[in-house]
Write a protein that binds this ligand. Structure first.
Ligand code: DGT
Ligand code: CA
Ligand code: CA
Ligand code: ZN
Length: 574
């Protein structure tokens, strides 16, 4: 899968072009937009090129002739001349440095020019020697912020977002399927459990002969180098930057192997204890009775069943109580992507989205949605072109007009309203009164004390205007830690004020996370699973929000946007 590599190169090219003395704003935007498009593709961009050549690439939104040429060049040669050229001028690891909170490309460049920082390691050394604070434009405070950013960065290192890992694994599965060398091909491990970050990929394959499968994997486009290989297991380092374990098992043990390699480890350990108590033995080859006879293993279900349990979804397998529920046949029926009837967090070209209201509505309709809530930013989000009350007045008129015109989908009037520093909301009551529902999020002033932040959010809820709390803790995985706030008190206030909490499907947000979902649910809260889409391709991210919701054990009834249009509008009016 070439997508993440190519979009990464484009983002870095954009960063470097932006440093130029000449104004290259349009080129910078073009590369950013192309990076976004490629990142959002459901399949491999290389497949598009192989099937339809340059013209196929140029049909992608935001991909013109020269960018298509760069994609082609990279797929064919593994290099990109434009990138290499810029890199000579800027020998700086922007990709990792800009992941550190408090470090944009401009600041990275300045540190390079003044004290020669090229990499995260250099930056770390400079921070430790307190060399940052004396550089103009930085100071002690930003040195401390960068130090914090580095430790946050390091804690996420070596793991990859599910939003990158899953498409990568799927691309390999598709190729194995097309090869005809294997029978069943299934993704296991943390990827199957939809964990927010993944350490390595685990793929299980059945095949009559393992040799040809292993050879195929070693020669994949995706493979950077082979780490180890034997008849049952091959480990390769992928160009995407993570390793992949491929195991070949036989049909008779497939279910037992899938169970074992799906994990997680604690879940497996408990399962094995239950087997031992029954005088059985459980391993990746099957379930065996006291006489060593194989009594289950062809399917996962057979293994769980012989242990007295119902089969539970992979997302639940974290040893958080799911085993007891399975033993007592009380597993919940978890929410599914098909249950979602609409999206309540959508941006359009009226603030920082790329597509018009109608384009977004049409794309949502094509995905089978019954309604879409348009939630463009409020005025304090200046960087995101937020609108003030006057602009909203026109915007809401427009939404009403489009709703009456659109066929097959309803358009709900909303906004992602900033929760300001003092807990007030960013729009007037009059404006908010006109909306079908209100989404409210914290975006700025994130460095408050725990008490201040808690009060700020509770105060916003107490206005009575908040229907959904957007991306609640505001974390960005590997980049920004969650806000420091007392979630117990906030959830209590959410219940009292009928505020549903959001699960934002963007793979670097997935906020609320699984553990906080379980906590919020214990307060009786409802949830909205949204995509926070900024373009028509954004709706594809829904599956990550669904995966996270399932990791938090949510059912259809817990999620408000599983309601029909009629039910939902009644719910908001109550
Ligand atoms: P990751 O790769 O760190 O995101 O997490 P996983 O869960 O994919 O872990 P991984 O790849 O090390 O191993 C895949 C599965 O294999 C894991 O979920 C459970 C099983 N497994 C690995 N090591 C052990 C072990 O020592 N004991 C048991 N019972 N199972 C194990
Ligand atoms: Ca793994
Ligand atoms: Ca593994
Ligand atoms: Zn937001």
């Amino acid at each position: 899968m070439y997508n993440s590599r190519i979009s990464g190169l484009f983002l870095e090219i954009a960063d470097m072009l932006a440093l130029d003395e000449k104004d290259r704003r349009f080129e910078v935007l073009a590369y950013r937009k192309a990076a976004q498009t490629i990142d959002d593709l459901p399949g491999d961009v290389a497949e598009i090129y192989r099937k339809s050549g340059l013209p196929g690439l140029m049909e992608l939104p935001g991909v013109g002739k020269s960018i298509a040429g760069a994609i082609k060049e990279y797929i064919e040669t593994g290099r990109m001349a434009k990138y290499d050229e810029l890199k000579k001028r800027y020998p700086i690891d922007f990709r990792n440095l800009t992941k550190i909170q408090g470090m944009g490309a401009k600041r990275a460049y300045k540190l390079y020019r003044t004290i020669g920082v090229k990499s995260v390691e250099d930056l770390k050394a400079a921070v430790e020697r307190h060399r940052i604070r004396s550089i103009s434009g930085f100071g002690e405070k930003s040195e401390a912020e960068i130090a914090k950013g580095i430790s946050q960065f390091e804690s996420g290192k070596g793991r990859m977002l599910i939003g990158t890992a899953l498409p990568e694994a799927e691309a390999i599965v598709r190729k194995l399927e097309a090869s005809g060398l294997a029978g069943r091909i299934v993704i296991g491990g943390s990827t199957r459990r939809m964990k927010e970050t993944v350490g390595d990929l685990d793929i299980l394959v059945t095949a009559e002969r393992s040799g040809p499968v292993m050879d195929f994997v070693k020669k994949l486009d995706e493979t950077e180098r082979v780490i180890g290989s034997g008849p049952t297991k091959t480990t390769v380092l992928l160009k995407a930057g993570l390793t992949c374990d491929i195991r070949v098992v036989n049909d008779k043990s497939f279910g037992a192997a899938l169970q074992y390699f799906t994990g997680n480890k604690d879940h497996n350990v408990r399962l094995r204890e239950i087997a031992i108590r029954k005088n059985y033995k459980l391993n990746e080859y099957g379930l065996f009775d006291g006489k060593g006879r194989n009594i289950a293993g062809r399917t996962e279900e057979s293994v769980y069943k012989k242990l007295g349990m119902d089969l539970m979804p992979p997302e639940m397998r974290e040893n958080r109580g799911e085993i007891d529920l399975a033993l007592s046949h009380k597993l919940p029926k978890l929410v599914e992507a098909d249950d979602i009837k609409g999206d309540l967090h959508v941006h359009t070209s009226h603030s920082d989205g790329q597509n018009t209201i109608l384009e977004m509505a049409k794309a949502a309709q094509e995905r089978g949605m019954e309604y879409i809530g348009i939630s463009d930013h409020s005025k304090s989000e200046r960087v995101a072109n937020g609108m003030d009350d006057r602009q909203f007045s026109k915007h809401l008129d427009e939404l009403e007009r489009l709703d009456s015109k659109a066929e097959g989908i309803r358009i709900l009037k909303s906004s992602e309203i900033d929760i300001l520093k003092d807990g007030s909301l960013d729009l007037s009551d009059k404006t908010m009164d006109r909306m079908d529902y209100r989404l409210a999020s914290v975006h700025m002033n994130l460095n408050m004390t725990r008490e201040e932040m808690t009060k700020r959010i509770i105060k916003a809820f107490e206005t009575g205007y908040v229907d959904v709390w957007g991306h609640p803790t505001d974390r960005i995985i590997g980049i920004r830690p969650p806000i420091n706030a007392d979630l117990d008190r906030i959830f209590e206030a959410a219940r009292e004020n009928n505020v549903a909490v959001e699960i934002d499907s963007l793979p670097d947000r997935l906020d609320l996370n699984d553990e906080n979902i379980i906590k919020a649910r214990s307060y009786g809260l409802k949830f909205a699973i949204d995509t926070d889409s900024h373009s028509t391709s954004g709706f594809m991210m829904l599956r990550y929000g669904i995966g996270t919701a399932r990791r938090g054990w949510l059912t259809k009834a817990d999620v408000i946007n599983t309601k029909s249009y009629g039910q939902l509008t009644r719910y908001f009016k109550r």
